[in-house]
Design a binder for this molecule. Sequence first.
Ligand SMILES: Cc1cc2nc3c(=O)[nH]c(=O)nc-3n(C[C@H](O)[C@H](O)[C@H](O)COP(=O)(O)O)c2cc1C
Length: 184
Amino acid sequence: MKVFQKLDNFLDYAWAQISRGKVDKKSPARHPTFVTSSADGFPNARTLVMRRSDRENNEIEFHTDTASSKMLALSQNPRAGIHIWLPKVQLQIQMDVVVEIKVGDITIPYWRDVPTNSRTAYGTIPSPGKVLESPLAYEHDPNQKRFAILVCDIQSIQLLLLGVKHIRAYYKKTTNWRGEWLSP
Ligand SMILES: Cc1cc2nc3c(=O)[nH]c(=O)nc-3n(C[C@H](O)[C@H](O)[C@H](O)COP(=O)(O)O)c2cc1C
């Protein structure tokens, strides 16, 4: 079991795991749970593919359909949560983020990089979450105008490492990621 005596080393370790989400298709960090709050007060959690992580700028990025319900939720409240559980290394990562939504012409260069078969995820008719008459009563109409980039500005990171003795720590952007140990 890994034991971290230094907060910085623990955070470095977590970022190494987060970065694997982009390069290692088998890493669970590739599929974080992304949580928004809705007008009715219920949190909404769903799996998204992590498209980019950038420690230097404290950012994590996702792509989605502009017509999905998370977009309305984010327009009303750009604060979101990210959760990752890495069973092999017994590490839970939780983040508070503020989301900037990029849509329109600014996404064109990114859209060019989306593989053709993946573009079907952006432009489903009817829109995601709409009621259908039957399970396959929808069509794909890939559309760059329905492509949204969610740039998540990380505000805090909380880590929990399970072991004989659990280790928990909390880091905030406002204290320049200095971190503090928490009771697990
Ligand atoms: C493994 C997996 C990966 C997914 N990746 C994405 C993704 O990258 N972007 C996305 O918008 N939805 C993705 N989804 C679908 C979302 O979980 C969700 O169902 C969809 O975005 C509609 O969400 P909403 O109605 O809550 O906005 C993925 C689902 C799974 C199971």
